[in-house]
Design a protein around this ligand. Structure first.
Ligand SMILES: Cc1cc2nc3c(=O)[nH]c(=O)nc-3n(C[C@H](O)[C@H](O)[C@H](O)COP(=O)(O)OP(=O)(O)OC[C@H]3O[C@@H](n4cnc5c(N)ncnc54)[C@H](O)[C@@H]3O)c2cc1C
Length: 387
């Protein structure tokens, strides 16, 4: 991956944004269980950070995905994962399909304000009955005149309490489960949409996560992204950016926790010597750094291939799997060397321990990534036919 001056400038812009607009408030937002998404997104939008790889016609910068990757990577310097996750939902989860397949009218109405930071959006795929098996979702959209009438519910929706619209996966037919789904934009103010109470979570405390209920929700059929029945395919493509974004977002956080732990272990003495002089500790730090650099290389390669037009389902799944596992390993290993301090709320390793746990679950759990990799390796057993 060769970074241009534009990449480096973008990195500096994100870094200044994080230092000025996010990190000074993170502790409070984590304690409050929310951050002011409209305010933060407007500031990000003014800097162009919400449309780096989106079409210029709708306010984006029209750059390739490697530039968006740099934004996601540098957002990893945030003190905690909540705000980067909500920003990632806006740029890499709720809008890629809209940017690629939406009509101009739809993109003017919903994409342009998302890029400007005037609105907050969510991606609504998972349901209470299951998030891993996307094909089994139950929410339906039935045609009535020029509208869809939507009934059902979604679960675990990031930013739902503040969102203005949701990119929602619904069943528009009774046909085969991979061909009966459609992505529809549902404005949250529409009659019949109810946002449930915020879920009390282990980590990502400043990000709101809620269930959402749809009761005879009427939206025009023109709110459909792309063709009817194409939703499953589009969501699978949209997942590629979601998974790359999730993976790359761990790197700078892991760098930071390793650096902070090394600094602490140089200062802290036990048995008459600095902790870092124990071989078990300095070797462990070297090992973790090696793992992080290996992951960085895998992600950069996946993004380079993606920018080159390749199908990166395999590499993106591997990157997401490895990132989820490594983020858990790094935060757990580092936390240990802070002793009791590692078990306190504001400790950087503790914060990483809480927030990074999600990556092995959300956006496709580790086992789902393994299933995809096995399928592409040709070793996933087929479903057994009933006798
Ligand atoms: C904080 C948070 C934010 C989220 N944000 C969003 C969002 O904005 N939009 C959205 O649509 N969803 C969101 N999700 C949902 C998330 O994507 C799902 O939680 C995830 O896909 C897992 O689905 P599930 O919780 O229903 O677990 P289940 O599908 O019930 O699976 C439970 C566990 O079983 C294991 N498992 C599942 N299938 C298999 C298998 N075939 N083989 C082996 N093991 C298996 C996995 O370990 C999995 O974690 C969010 C979740 C959380 C916790």
């Amino acid at each position: 991956m060769k970074f241009t001056e534009e990449h480096l400038q973008l990195r500096r812009t994100v870094r200044e944004f994080v230092d000025k607009e996010i990190n000074p408030h993170m502790e409070k937002w984590d304690r409050d269980g929310a951050f002011p998404a409209h305010d933060v997104f407007k500031k990000a939008g003014k800097l162009g950070l919400l449309g780096v790889n989106k079409p210029e016609a709708f306010g984006g910068m029209g750059l390739d995905y490697s530039y968006q990757m740099v934004v996601s990577e540098e957002l990893g310097t945030c003190h905690g994962g909540s705000v980067p996750m909500a920003l990632g939902v806006q740029t890499d989860m709720a809008t890629p399909a809209l940017a690629r397949w939406g009509t101009d009218e739809l993109r003017r109405e919903f994409l342009a304000p998302a890029i400007a930071g005037d609105i907050v959006c969510s991606i609504a795929v998972s349901e209470a009955s299951g998030g891993s098996d996307v094909a089994a979702i139950k929410t339906t959209a039935r045609k009535d005149g020029s509208d869809y009438v939507i009934n059902g519910s979604k679960m675990w929706i990031t930013s739902a309490a503040q969102a203005d619209w949701m990119c929602t996966l619904v069943n528009t037919g009774d046909g085969p489960v991979h061909a009966n789904k459609t992505l529809v934009i549902i404005p949250t103010k529409t009659k019949g949409v109810t946002i449930g109470p915020k879920i009390d979570k282990l980590g990502m405390r400043a990000s709101d996560t809620c269930p959402v209920f749809f009761e005879d929700v009427r939206v025009p059929q023109k709110n459909r992204i792309g063709g009817e029945g194409m939703g499953f395919m589009m969501q699978m493509v949209q997942f590629q950016e979601e998974r790359l974004c999730g993976a790359v977002g761990t790197l700078r956080g892991m760098d930071g926790v390793i650096d902070a732990t090394i600094a602490y272990c140089k200062e802290r003495h036990t048995f008459g010597q600095p902790l870092i002089d124990n071989q078990v500790i300095h070797f462990r730090m070297a090992e973790l750094r090696t793992e992080v650099e290996s992951l960085r290389s895998l992600i950069y390669r996946a993004v380079e291939d993606y920018v080159g037009g390749a199908d990166v389902t395999m590499l993106a799944s591997m990157a997401k799997l490895k990132a989820g596992r490594l983020a858990r390993e790094v935060s757990d290993a580092c936390l240990q060397y802070w002793g009791g301090m590692g078990f306190t709320w504001e400790n950087p390793a503790a914060r990483s321990y809480r927030d990074s746990r999600l990556l092995s679950i959300g956006g496709g759990a580790d086992e789902i990534m393994l299933g995809i990799i096995c399928k592409l390796m040709g070793i996933l057993p087929g479903k057994k036919k009933k006798a």
